[in-house]
Design a protein around this ligand. Structure first.
Ligand code: K1U
Ligand code: ZN
Length: 177
């Protein structure tokens, strides 16, 4: 298993629309294991393949808090939704930015599992919200795209400040003092 690098906003690869998975088997299983490891190591509750620069419709989610309930959604589509609420979200690809997005609180998803078998599942609460967030990634969309321009501006400032604070300090050389 390997921990994968996560793309960060404004990387244009995050805007790629993912293709449907058509080939199942060992390479897909290995990618899913790597995505789960990456999600757990990052203390996240979800991860879309887009975020690790793989542009196929694959999502992993585990909202248990103790890595005990992994869900895998391949080629997902939402076939029913109900209830609306404002829910605070974060994103590994937009580190340090948290804001509220209006989402359906209950959804029914149709997807296929690692073996290629189709299933339907009713989801609610944080699981439903996380699935919508991750499906946006597969469409090349980020949660900040749902915000007003003022809140997006604030998010960009938070990101810029975080990058300045985490940037390695420059050490001068004789040629470039
Ligand atoms: O980047 C991602 O897609 C993962 C993201 C998923 C997500 C979090 C909150 C609401 C919707 C979708 C994260 O897990 S970011 C990590 C984080 O900030 C968080 C972790 C647990 C609960 C809430 C937020
Ligand atoms: Zn995200």
């Amino acid at each position: 298993m390997a921990q994968l690098a996560v793309l960060e906003y404004p990387d244009p690869r995050l805007r790629t629309r993912a293709a449907r998975v058509t080939v199942f088997g060992a390479p897909l299983d290995a990618l899913i294991e790597d995505m789960l490891q990456t999600m757990y190591a990052s203390k996240a509750i979800g991860l879309a393949a887009t975020q690790v620069d793989v542009h196929q419709q694959i999502i992993v989610i585990d909202t248990s808090g103790n890595a005990s309930d992994p869900h895998v959604f391949i080629n997902p589509s939402i076939i029913a939704r109900s209830g609306l609420g404002m829910v605070e979200e974060g994103c590994l690809s937009v580190p340090g930015v948290y804001d509220s997005v209006r989402r359906a609180l209950r959804v029914t998803v149709r997807a296929v599992d690692r073996a290629g078998a189709e299933y339907e599942r009713d989801l609610e609460g944080v699981l439903a919200v996380c699935l919508q967030h991750e499906m946006d990634h597969l469409d090349g969309k980020l949660f900040v795209d749902h915000l007003s321009w003022l809140r997006r501006l604030r998010a960009r400032r938070v990101l810029a400040r975080a990058r300045r604070e985490h940037a390695p300090s420059r050490v001068g050389t004789a040629a470039h003092p």
